[in-house]
Ligand binder design. Structure first.
Ligand code: C5P
Length: 206
């Protein structure tokens, strides 16, 4: 069983993915952290984010043990991730890792931008999570403040909009719902409501 969750920045797909995986006893992969890890490594090196050869080299040597690093969560790293993720060869290098993760038993939940369209086009269930950009900015700001970071809601909103545009308009694996994805709008739902709605979708197709 493979559950694919895609959606724009800060739509809550990571939390949803984690909760669904827990509910079904499946493994969970937040694929955004992979691109964030590549971006963070390039930022740490002071490198140009569009340096294809270096980005590919970094992507080839990622250590999944480090995907939990809280330093990957920042807005700066998210923005940089959306630049490196537009490099086709970077995506190519990271494809097999994601597919292998998806196929190992007993089941997996992957969330990202292209899970239902590119990584797991044959996923059993595809959910495309959306929420109003202002709601997403509010949630992301509160999260950042909760971590003790400085966060300005207007700046977070601008970042979210810029990142979505970049992700939607890139030629390779753009952010878009698969034709067979279920749309889940959680603008007016809390986390529990979103999880219940997602479980209803999974149960309907299982
Ligand atoms: O989901 P998250 O905000 O962590 O993703 C960071 C960036 O990584 C996204 O803005 C997007 O450019 C890229 N990404 C991607 N494909 C995925 C997951 C993330 O291109 N499957």
């Amino acid at each position: 069983m493979i559950i694919a969750i895609d959606g724009p920045a800060a739509s809550g797909k990571g939390t949803l993915g984690k909760r669904l995986a827990h509910h079904y006893g499946y493994r969970h992969l937040d694929t955004g952290v992979i691109y964030r890890a590549v971006a963070k490594a390039l930022l740490d090196l002071g490198a140009d984010l569009t340096d294809e050869a270096l980005a590919v080299a970094v992507a080839s040597e990622l250590d999944p043990e480090k995907f939990g690093n809280p330093a990957l969560k920042t807005q700066e790293v998210g923005d940089a991730a959306s630049v490196v993720s537009a490099i086709p060869r970077v995506r190519e290098v990271l494809l097999n890792f994601q597919r292998r993760f998806a196929e190992d038993p007993p089941g997996a939940v992957l969330d990202g931008r292209d899970i239902g369209t590119v990584i797991c086009p044959h996923a059993d269930v595809k959910i495309f999570v959306v929420a109003d950009a202002r709601v997403r900015a509010r949630r992301r700001t509160l999260e950042a403040l909760g971590r003790g970071e400085v966060a300005d809601e207007a700046a977070v909103l601008a970042d979210i909009i810029r990142r979505d545009e970049r992700d939607q308009n890139r030629p390779i694996a753009p952010l878009k719902p698969a034709t067979d994805a279920y749309l889940l709008d959680n603008s007016n739902l809390d986390i529990e409501g979103g999880v219940r709605a997602a479980i209803d979708i999974v149960e309907a197709v299982r």
